[in-house]
Ligand binder design. Structure first.
Ligand SMILES: Nc1nc2c(ncn2[C@@H]2O[C@H](COP(=O)(O)OP(=O)(O)OP(=O)(O)O)[C@@H](O)[C@H]2O)c(=O)[nH]1
Ligand SMILES: [Mg+2]
Length: 309
């Protein structure tokens, strides 16, 4: 996974291991290494600003660096590079989503989760996957709000299809009805019924340019007061997804992301771009298949280790 991004870091690391000695690297050599890394990062879909920040941090680390003649030069350098990445991304929190949402149950029930993002990024599928994981983890219960009342002839049925497989109740009105009211009803249902841990709100995909639909989303968020609002980002869109997410942020609060379809995305760089630009945690990477288990928790430090070690 993310082979292209891994290769960018691998060739960078190899160059350094091969060129650094007991004497430090010259400015010319540093510039050459920097240019090569920059080009490879950008080719892997890392946004230009982010690639610049990474290259600057790497050059700062390497400038003046010497390694002892004896000793494990390679592991010193690899760990040094991982450290640089961890520091550069240190202001973005890592959140263990499962622990987080299970933790909220101590003080509040139901926990309300709102899923948002453009058409076809994987909102509905992700709701099913997360619910499945919560059920597996500890028999937690959920109801789903069919607040995609927009995509007539499909959206509600698709949600109901997943619900039937997982044994989840769906609260629905009809197509064309007010999605905020559906969300409100679902939360109310969970409160009245009692014993329901999670309300997941499935919203209609919408383009950030559709002002009416963006205002509607903002209303859904105001009415449902979600504990977490989760933006579903499609890895395949690379930096375009970032622009969309930034625009979304003008209308709604985004607490964290799930990046879907990573299986079909060898470039990998959008992950770094999302983190660095949005400053929001990535909860999960979705992909590899469309089964309910295809959702892996994301952790920055682990991600950097996989890229660099
Ligand atoms: N390969 C891959 N496909 C995915 C993933 N997540 C979703 N899909 C597929 O992408 C398509 C769209 O997924 P949905 O869950 O319907 O997306 P959505 O965001 O709810 O779409 P709208 O409701 O139309 O806005 C479906 O065919 C899914 O099976 C993933 O992580 N990897
Ligand atoms: Mg959907």
């Amino acid at each position: 996974m993310f082979d292209k991004l891994k290769n960018a870091f691998k060739s960078f690391t190899n160059t350094i291991v091969n060129s650094i000695t007991t004497t430090e690297l010259s400015e010319d050599k540093l510039n050459e290494i920097r240019d090569e890394l920059f080009m490879q990062l950008v080719e892997s879909d890392v946004a230009v600003d982010v690639a610049d920040a990474i290259c600057n941090a790497m050059v700062n680390y390497l400038r003046g660096l010497k390694v002892p003649r004896f000793g494990d030069k390679e592991s010193i350098i690899r760990n040094g590079i991982i450290d640089v990445m961890n520091k550069l991304f240190s202001d973005i929190p890592d959140v263990d989503f499962m622990n987080e949402v299970i933790g909220i149950l101590q003080t509040k029930k139901p926990v309300v989760l709102l899923f948002l993002g453009p058409n076809g990024y994987g909102k509905t599928t992700t709701i099913a996957k997360i619910t499945h994981q919560l059920m597996k983890r500890g028999g937690y219960t959920a109801v789903w709000a069919a607040a995609d009342t927009y995509r007539a002839g499909g959206a509600i049925e698709q949600l109901e299809g997943h619900a039937a497989k997982l044994g989840v109740k769906v609260i629905k009105h009809g197509y064309g009805s007010d999605p905020a009211a559906v969300a409100y009803d679902a939360i109310n249902h969970a409160k009245v019924r009692g014993g329901i841990d999670y309300v997941m709100i499935d919203t209609a995909g919408r383009m950030h340019t559709d002002i009416n639909l963006m205002n509607e989303l903002s209303k859904i968020q105001r009415v449902s007061r979600p504990d977490l609002s989760i933006f579903i980002a499609d890895a395949l869109l690379g930096n375009e997804a970032l622009d969309i997410a930034k625009y979304y942020s003008k209308y709604v609060r985004i607490d964290g992301l799930v990046v879907t379809k990573v299986d079909a995305y060898p470039k990998g760089g959008a992950i770094l771009t999302f983190l660095y630009e949005l400053k929001r945690p990535i909860y999960f990477l979705g992909g590899v298949g469309q089964g309910y288990d295809d959702l892996r928790p994301f952790n920055k430090a682990e991600f950097f280790r996989q890229l660099i070690l």
